[in-house]
Design a protein around this ligand. Structure first.
Ligand code: CUA
Length: 334
């Protein structure tokens, strides 16, 4: 029980090397603290019980050395745990710039995995899990080994949470927002993937696998999927059919001064707002500007864009953000 993994499966995530050690550290600090605190408590209760013949006059009122000790030691231990945990959390949450992007959408009660760079979509419904298992095909989320992966999650309805115990990875996926985390699988194989946020009747059915393939197997898997799957919706189509082009230019040579800001190279730009603040154009800002355009209006433009909340589905909205992100940049994913 007290080996380095506790009851967990073996960790196969290169981005989470210290999680198990940290867990065992916290566990043993807690065990030792309990023994010291409860041991002292029991000893004193017995020693100073009512019938005991002990000196009770002039009990000590304070003890500076003791108080400094029991303040300082826990402070040092807690700061160490904070630093250790925060460092590993950031390590996982900020994946490498060249990481492969996979968009995860939670929905009652299944997962959708979009691969914007590869143009494929995998779905992990109960039927798909059963069908793929029966046909000996990769199940659930499929990733190549030794490749950093950036996971961008969102939800089409309620809170879900993607949990892959073997990767020591857990991240809530939330409606109206993108959350980011990452992993890098170190070993080929099939691992469990759960929803770990109670999301209704079939929450327990939101279970599938992560299939880690060798790099060459992954390439042929993607080629095969590209033939057979429609892939995610195309953001350019959504852009055109939603009338965005009436106000926003998307090409490099477009003249400035349209009704809305020019969108070529918009991702990663620092925009000045009418309030005087600046904002970094990231996925969440793009999304907010579509759903609630007057929230942060770029300087030099009026609050004239209508809200697209409710007019675009979660999928269309994300496709649009992916498209905008790719304008004038080689960033294809989300
Ligand atoms: Cu989705 Cu629980």
């Amino acid at each position: 029980m007290f080996d380095s993994r506790f009851w967990m499966p073996e960790s196969v995530n290169a981005l989470a090397p210290g999680i198990d050690t940290l867990f065992m550290f916290i566990l043993w600090v807690s065990v030792i603290s309990i023994v010291i605190v409860c041991g002292t408590m029991i000893y004193l209760a017995v020693r100073y019980r009512a019938s005991a013949d002990v000196a009770r006059d002039n009990p000590p009122r304070d003890h500076l050395g003791l108080e400094v000790t029991w303040t300082l030691i826990p402070t040092i231990i807690l700061m160490l745990i904070f630093y250790w945990g925060a460092r590993d959390y950031v390590h996982m949450s900020v994946p490498k710039a060249d990481a492969m992007e996979i968009r995860v959408m939670g929905q009652k009660w299944f997962w959708t995995f979009d691969y914007p760079e590869q143009g494929i979509r995998l779905q992990a419904t109960e039927e798909m899990n059963v069908k793929n298992t029966r046909e000996g095909r990769p199940v659930g989320l499929v990733v190549p080994v030794n490749t950093p992966v950036r996971i961008v999650g969102s939800s089409a309805d309620v809170l879900h949470s993607i949990y892959i115990p073997s990767f020591r990875m857990k991240k809530d996926v939330i409606p109206n927002r993108y959350t980011v985390t990452g992993f890098q699988a170190t070993q080929e194989g099939v691992y469990d993937l759960f929803c770990t946020e109670y999301c209704g009747t079939k929450h327990s059915g939101m279970i599938t696998k992560v299939t880690v393939l060798s790099q060459s197997e992954f390439v042929s898997f993607v080629e095969e999927m590209q033939k057979n799957s429609d892939g995610p919706i195309d953001g350019a189509t959504v852009f055109a059919s939603s009338g965005c082009a009436g106000c926003h230019s998307v090409t490099e040579d477009a003249p400035a001064g349209g009704i809305g800001p020019a969108l070529y190279g918009v991702f990663g730009r620092q925009e000045r707002l009418t309030t005087g603040d600046t904002v970094l154009v990231d996925e969440n800002y793009l999304r907010e500007s579509i759903v609630n355009p007057i929230a942060k209006v770029v300087e030099g433009y009026g609050p004239v864009m209508p809200s697209y909340a409710g007019r675009l589905s979660e999928e269309e909205l994300t496709a649009l953000v992916v498209y905008l992100k790719g304008l004038g940049s080689d960033k294809r994913g989300l």
